[in-house]
Structures are given as structure tokens and as C-alpha cells.
Design a binder for this molecule. Structure first.
Ligand SMILES: Cc1cc2nc3c(=O)[nH]c(=O)nc-3n(C[C@H](O)[C@H](O)[C@H](O)COP(=O)(O)OP(=O)(O)OC[C@H]3O[C@@H](n4cnc5c(N)ncnc54)[C@H](O)[C@@H]3O)c2cc1C
Length: 260
């Protein structure tokens, strides 16, 4: 089974800061880690390989330092690593990011399953996985919490919903985004760490992946972040006191004032 896992390097903080001029994330001075949800995608890819054989290729689009995340993925059992990195990718929105990753996946070649995290902890849009499947014109199942069955031709998975879960069957090749309920990620083994140290991730530019220059980076991004701001803290609420009858009357009067 040929498996591709997409991972993103994110700042190791919940205190995401935005540059007020460019409206982009301030990454300087913040340690980067593998997006927490992508750790579950890596684990699922590696355990599928252990059950069915084949290979796991880990893929990221990012600056040169994203190689660190790829090495970590190798230490966890991935076999090959690809970094797509080019100044032309700067300013990509989720459309351009998923276009770029899909072009890299086409270059990687045959695959059965693409695994992504359900969302990134910095951008948080959960759009890149579905975007990749749209660009590649393959089926997608999001929020997967269990792969019940998988064969060369199809997969049956449980997809988490607010009320419980749906059981979905999809032909392969397909793209799955996973939630943390799917597994417990392993720790790197000593053998894995040695392999990661010796690994040489492939580094591909825009030209290498045959991407259309007009679809890359800021110029290829149909969306723009016009403004980012922290909403003003809400004023404290008002507590009505008294009997249920009195409180209901007072509440009705207050609501009338708001509506009028
Ligand atoms: C309207 C808009 C405009 C933007 N403009 C800019 C900008 O000008 N400059 C800028 O720096 N950023 C910009 N961004 C942010 C940038 O688009 C996102 O960081 C990026 O596309 C990933 O989206 P996300 O973080 O929401 O990931 P999600 O969609 O939440 O990630 C889901 C999954 O997709 C995979 N994934 C996501 N990103 C990658 C990646 N790079 N490599 C491999 N796998 C990945 C992972 O498996 C991840 O778990 C913009 C975003 C939006 C919505």
C-alpha cells in the first residue's frame, strides 16, 4: 500500500501572533513542531504500512527548516520525505497550498491513501486536505476516527460527527483527514532516530513539481486576509434575581428594549 502523509510545521504555542502590517503569522522566535493532528496521520500511515506492507511518504510545503519535521516523521516510521520549498510559495492561501501539495503528490506518483490531520493548529481552516482531494479529483472523507476495513480497492471508515459517527465507504485512491480519536501516536524508536539522522529528504521547487506559476503564492491565492483582530472582551452579563414570574417579566421588558 502506497501511503502519503501531509504534515505541517506549526508554532509550538497557542499564543499565535499576527503581523499587523502583512496579516500573516509571526513565526520568528517561536519553536516549530509537527502540527499535533498530523502526528495521528503519521501513526495511521505507519500502522497501515505495518499491516499491509508498502511505503509511507511524508510531504510538507514550507521553508527549509521544515526538514526538521520530516526527519521527525522518519523517526516515527515514515520511509521517504519530500519538502516542497520555494520563495514562489510565499503568501499562499489554502487554495494555493493545496494546489502546490497536489502537484507534488502527482510527482510522487502512484498512491492508495493520502492522510492529513483534520486541521492545523495555527491556520485552523481544515481546508487543505479537502483542497488536495479536489485538485487531484479523488474522494475524501474528513474527521476519520477509525479505519474499519481497507482493501486494494476500497476503505470503510468511521467519520466523527457531533452526534456520534457515520460509516462511510470510499473507493481508493482517496484522501482521509483524521481526528485524535483514531490512534495513540508512538514515540520514536532508537532505530528510527538513527534512520532520521541519515535521511536525505527530497527538496522540490515550483519548477520541479511542474506547477503553474500563476497558481502559486500570494499571486495565485484567490483569497486575501483583509483584517485580523482580537474581538473586544464581552461586557459582564446581568443576573436577574427574584421569583420566576418577576424574572420572566423583567426579561421580557429587557428583550423588548433590545429589539426596539
Ligand atoms: C484567506 C487566507 C489567506 C491567507 N494568506 C496567507 C498569506 O498571505 N501568507 C501566509 O503565510 N499564510 C496565509 N494564509 C495561511 C495559509 O493559507 C495556511 O497556513 C495554509 O494554507 C494551511 O492552512 P491551514 O493552516 O488552515 O491548514 P489546515 O487546512 O487546517 O490543515 C489541514 C491539514 O492539511 C495538511 N497541511 C496543511 N498545510 C500543509 C503544508 N504546508 N504542508 C503539508 N501539509 C499541510 C496537514 O495535514 C494539516 O493537518 C492564508 C489563509 C487564508 C485562509
Amino acid at each position: 500500500m502506497e501511503i502519503i502523509v501531509c504534515i505541517k510545521q506549526v508554532p509550538n504555542t497557542t499564543d499565535v501572533r499576527i503581523d499587523p502590517v502583512t496579516n500573516t503569522l509571526i513565526r520568528e522566535g517561536v519553536e516549530s513542531v509537527i502540527n499535533p493532528f498530523d502526528a495521528y496521520a503519521i501513526e495511521e500511515g505507519v500502522s497501515l504500512k505495518e499491516r499491509f506492507g508498502g511505503k509511507v511518504t511524508v510531504l510538507t510545503m514550507g521553508p527549509p527548516q521544515a526538514e526538521k519535521a520530516l526527519r521527525e516523521a522518519i523517526s516515527l516510521g515514515c520511509d521517504e520525505a519530500v519538502l516542497v520549498s520555494d520563495r514562489k510559495f510565499a503568501g499562499s492561501d489554502t487554495w494555493a497550498t493545496s494546489y502546490t501539495l497536489s502537484a507534488a503528490i502527482r510527482k510522487i506518483g502512484d498512491f492508495d491513501v493520502i492522510l492529513c490531520g483534520k486541521q492545523a493548529s495555527d491556520g485552523d481552516t481544515a481546508q487543505v486536505g479537502p483542497g488536495i482531494s479536489a485538485h487531484l479529483d479523488i474522494p475524501q472523507v474528513t474527521y476519520v476516527k477509525k479505519i474499519e476495513e481497507i482493501s486494494a480497492a476500497s476503505a470503510k471508515v468511521e467519520r466523527m460527527t457531533e452526534e456520534g459517527f457515520d460509516v462511510v465507504e470510499t473507493p481508493l485512491p482517496c484522501l482521509l483527514t483524521v481526528v485524535k480519536e483514531i490512534n495513540t501516536p508512538r514515540l520514536p524508536s532508537l532505530k528510527g532516530m538513527m534512520k532520521a539522522k541519515a535521511a536525505k529528504p527530497l527538496v522540490w521547487t515550483a519548477e520541479d513539481i511542474g506547477a503553474d506559476p500563476a497558481s502559486l503564492g500570494l499571486d495565485g491565492s484567490p483569497t486575501r486576509v483583509v483584517k485580523i483582530f482580537t474581538p473586544a472582551p464581552r461586557k459582564g452579563g446581568e443576573t436577574l434575581k427574584g421569583s420566576a414570574e418577576d424574572v420572566s417579566k423583567e426579561l421580557a421588558e429587557l428583550l423588548k428594549e433590545i429589539v426596539v
